[in-house]
Design a protein around this ligand. Structure first.
Ligand code: NAP
Length: 309
């Protein structure tokens, strides 16, 4: 990875700086001395087309869109807002990139698929979202493709990191409160550590040109279920703290009604990404143990479980 100034990617602009992915991109970029401007929602609301256009007029080579409406269940009752952020925000960014000559790295989701394929999804498989969030992200992808050839869309899944809200942190919190947890065992997918995804984003940024533009899947290599993921979380917790996790009970999706329907198996095949960008598979179990260390091992300031759990 190049240093600031001589990076093929820089200067970079990051939107959604305080999300899970945004947090990790900032951390990596700072460690590498990359020229990155990171904006949170207060600093740049991507639903504001004029503000986006103005921000993009400042000579960025690559824009990373980690901003999104990600509340999957809430989106069912907030469709207009989900569309404003995930479809219209993406469109504003793509048009502003086109007008300013920047390229765009845009994040999307496994939830553009219905999960009925029965095998890992490849990039050219037909999309068929099952919920509002998935439809809004699919519309965002379409808007990016329509406005801007100079883009890479990275579809990812089941993202977790030490910062922000996610399944790992929810499990640790609930595991501390209850003796038994019922976890859905018939939905499958690929957990993805936010740090590994951030690394992938920076690799893309460095190699972004007409030979790499397009859509890629970028997720943890090993397919699992929420139940098995929860088991891995509590095994990891016990290894670090010696504290036994709660008893886990596998349940069916039908036993756990949610506002949004979810794909039963949204496993992403990340092979094209790996070949194109020369990357190995993402080991989410290794990423999980790093995140658990970060969350559970008391830091210098003396706190254990940190952040928004
Ligand atoms: N999390 C997952 O499991 C998952 C799975 C598949 C794909 N993805 C995709 O991966 C990307 C990164 O996800 P993530 O997990 O890092 O999401 P996240 O933690 O929810 O972060 C999203 C960030 O976007 C910001 N944001 C929301 N509305 C905005 C707006 N109008 N203008 C500017 N910023 C806005 C949020 O700010 P506030 O906090 O202030 O609202 C938040 O900081 C997203 O494109 C997401 O769709 C995520």
């Amino acid at each position: 990875m190049s240093a600031a100034g001589d990076s093929a990617a820089g200067p970079l602009l990051l939107l959604g700086a305080e999300g899970q992915l945004g947090h990790e991109v900032r951390k990596l970029a700072a460690g590498r001395g990359l020229a990155l401007t990171a904006l949170n929602r207060k600093q740049l609301d991507i639903t504001d087309a004029a503000a986006v256009k103005q921000a993009l007029g400042r000579g960025y080579v690559t824009v990373i869109n980690a901003a999104a409406y990600t509340a999957v269940d809430k989106a069912e009752s907030e469709e207009a807002l989900a569309m404003a952020v995930n479809r219209d925000g993406a469109a504003h960014l793509a048009r502003a990139c086109r007008d300013s000559g920047a390229a765009l790295i845009h994040l999307s989701t496994d939830y553009v698929f219905d999960g009925l394929k029965g095998a890992g999804y490849r990039e050219d498989d037909p999309v068929h979202p099952m919920n509002v969030y998935g439809r809004s992200k699919e519309a965002g992808e379409a808007a990016v493709r329509a406005a801007l050839p100079a883009h890479v869309i990275l579809r990812t899944s089941w993202v977790f990191g030490a910062a922000g809200g996610n399944f790992v942190k929810t499990m640790l919190r609930l595991g501390g409160e209850r003796e038994e947890l019922s976890i859905v065992a018939d939905q499958h997918g690929c957990p993805t550590p936010a740090a590994a995804l951030a690394e992938a984003v920076l690799v893309v940024a460095e190699r972004l040109d007409e030979t790499t533009y397009g859509t890629y899947h970028c997720a943890g290599a090993e397919r699992t279920s929420w139940y098995d993921f929860a088991q891995a979380i509590f095994i990891g917790q016990e290894e670090i703290t010696g504290r036994e996790g709660p008893k886990l009970r596998p349940i069916a999706t039908s036993d756990y009604p949610t506002a949004a329907r979810r794909p039963p198996d949204s496993t992403l095949d990340s092979g094209l990404f790996q070949v194109t960008f020369g990357q190995g598979p993402i080991d989410w179990r290794r990423g999980l143990s790093t995140v658990l260390q970060e969350l559970l091992v008391p830091q210098e300031k003396g706190q254990g479980l940190r952040g928004k759990v």
